[in-house]
Design a protein. Structure first.
Length: 181
């Protein structure tokens, strides 16, 4: 960097790593659950995609706590130029929803499997996480319905997040996107 060149603040390397890893895992979870639909119920490929979806969900969940702890210890860099208060409020709300999604979806998915009375199978390892509950198919279907509904809603929240980043970069011309790359 040359002297007298303004420094553009970026998120820490860890924050950027958490963000892009979460993005990749969530995208992979969506891809796997959608690819599952290409195969008939009960088929081996369908089961493999489902198991992969569950394992990726567990990885997302495992990533959330360290990511939240890092976020609490490291304030995000300021956006230049600064946002209007309503934009800052909308940004905080959207980010809060995204973090809630990263916690709630994996928990709902895990509870759905466990209330089916099934273990979580870790593909290619022979390892299983046994269900701590007896089968409750009514509760399992209810949890699955909520899990699916939230998953569908979050297509839009994630899309809003991406559109907002692009709007900040191309429309508003601020450094929001540059802070995360």
């Amino acid at each position: 960097m040359q002297p007298n060149t303004p420094h553009r603040a970026r998120f820490s390397g860890a924050a950027r790593w958490f963000h892009w890893l979460a993005f990749a895992l969530v995208a992979l979870a969506y891809l796997l659950i959608n690819l599952r639909e290409l195969y008939p119920r009960g088929s081996e490929p369908r089961q493999l995609f489902m198991q992969g979806h569950i394992v990726i969900g567990l990885l997302v969940f495992a990533l959330v706590l360290p990511r939240l702890l890092h976020r609490l210890r490291n304030s995000p860099p300021a956006i230049t130029p600064a946002l209007a208060s309503w934009q800052s409020t909308l940004s905080s709300l959207t980010h809060g929803l995204l973090y809630a999604f990263l916690v709630v979806q994996p928990v709902l998915g895990l509870l759905t499997v466990f209330t089916e009375g099934r273990p979580v199978i870790i593909p290619f390892t022979g390892l299983e996480i046994p269900s701590p509950w007896i089968e409750d198919s009514v509760l399992s279907h209810q949890l699955e319905d909520v899990h699916k509904l939230i998953g569908e809603i979050f297509y839009y929240v994630i899309g809003l997040h991406i559109l907002a980043a692009l709007w900040h970069h191309f429309g508003r011309g601020d450094d929001t996107l540059k802070r995360m790359v």
